[in-house]
Design a protein around this ligand. Structure first.
Ligand code: APR
Length: 320
């Protein structure tokens, strides 16, 4: 059986890590694309040269032209610029929106059957724009945010309880970053919900609140430490989990920025919700009942995403 082709659009920090993980997991052949000349070619060659040492078979190429995407089964998009000091959120939005328009056109032309995972920030708005620009079906275009946010939450909880990360599950909803909504009652250690663990004396409500807060600011914490960039290992690992579920038809239930058309009372927007990812793409949106504070927090998060989408519509009215 021929290997699947996975195109990485953007070959920066996350793109390079994605390429390496795809090889280590033998998910397919890799095409690295970037506007920077030499960078995708250099990274592709470097990773390919690690394959005899690690014992994996994958073909790596680097490219600066969209033709290289031809027939890709999966496209993972990290192209764009990071927010720099002095740049407003709106500046970032308009620059990366233009990038999504170019990338969307490239995918539309060369890889219209691909499953597309967007990582570029501001995520919930960029995945919306990428779907519009590419014209691909909504269920084939998703955003990576929830897997990362919930991984951060799971890691902090496992550390707090001194248990394996494997036995901690987390449930997060909403937009990426500071408006994300961790649902503590659906987050568990070996099936025991967090509120029960508080009652059992494993931790206090105050500690739990601190952990939720740290999770929400997980990206900023790393930016402050790195100073010259943002997180890339965990974002790449998260997108790989999504790609793997699609390629291997695993039907994993993963929190992703998915297109909502009435679910959770949201229309024509991408918001973080749990979805089933299988060979058809997003095969199902898991819709749970939300009430009280959780509903309020979710609505607030949706409002923040709506603000970003409105800003996109103003900058690029042709996208509609
Ligand atoms: N087309 C293709 N590639 C582009 C374009 C474009 N129009 N514009 C920029 N790029 C490339 C850059 O040359 C760079 O190699 O995108 C790459 C981005 O890589 P990094 O700056 O290293 O950023 P990274 O850490 O990988 O994050 C990528 O994901 O989490 C988000 O906020 C993060 O939006 C950022 C994205």
């Amino acid at each position: 059986m021929a290997r699947d082709k996975i195109a990485l659009i953007g070959s920066g920090q996350i793109g390079g890590t994605l390429a390496h993980l795809i090889g280590l997991k033998e998910l397919g052949d890799v095409v690295m694309f970037d506007i920077a000349e030499g960078v995708p070619q250099g990274k592709a060659l470097d990773i390919a040269q690690s394959s005899p040492v690690d014992g994996f078979d994958a073909h790596y190429t680097g490219a600066n032209s969209y033709e290289a995407l031809d027939n890709a089964k999966v496209c993972i998009v990290t192209a764009g610029v990071p927010r720099k000091p002095g740049m407003s959120r709106d500046d970032l939005l308009s620059i990366n929106l233009k990038v999504m328009e170019q990338v969307g056109a490239g995918i539309k032309k060369y890889a219209p059957d691909a499953f597309v995972i967007c990582i570029t920030n501001p995520l919930d708005a960029m995945v919306w724009a990428l779907q519009k620009a590419s014209g691909l079906p909504h269920k084939k275009v998703v955003g990576m945010a929830g897997v990362l946010d919930s991984a951060r939450f799971r890691y902090f909880l496992a550390d707090e309880f001194n248990v394996s990360v494997e036995d901690v599950t987390a449930f997060v909803l909403g937009g990426h970053g500071d408006t994300m909504v961790p649902l503590v009652k659906y987050s568990t250690v070996a099936g025991i919900p967090l509120p029960d663990l508080v009652k059992m004396g494993w931790t206090s409500q105050a500690r739990l609140d601190e952990i939720v807060d740290r999770t929400r600011n997980g990206g900023a914490e790393i930016v402050n430490l790195l100073k010259t960039g943002s997180a890339f290992y965990a974002p790449a690992a998260s997108a790989i989990a999504m790609a793997e579920s699609y390629l291997r038809d695993k039907k994993r239930v993963l929190p992703c920025a998915a297109y909502l058309n009435g679910e959770y009372s949201v229309k024509d927007m991408y918001v973080g919700v749990p979805v089933v990812i299988g060979a058809k793409g997003v095969e199902r949106v898991v819709e749970i009942e939300l009430a009280g504070k959780d509903r309020e927090a979710f609505d607030k998060s949706v409002g923040a995403v709506q603000g970003l989408v409105d800003a996109c519509k103003k900058i690029a009215p042709d996208l509609l």
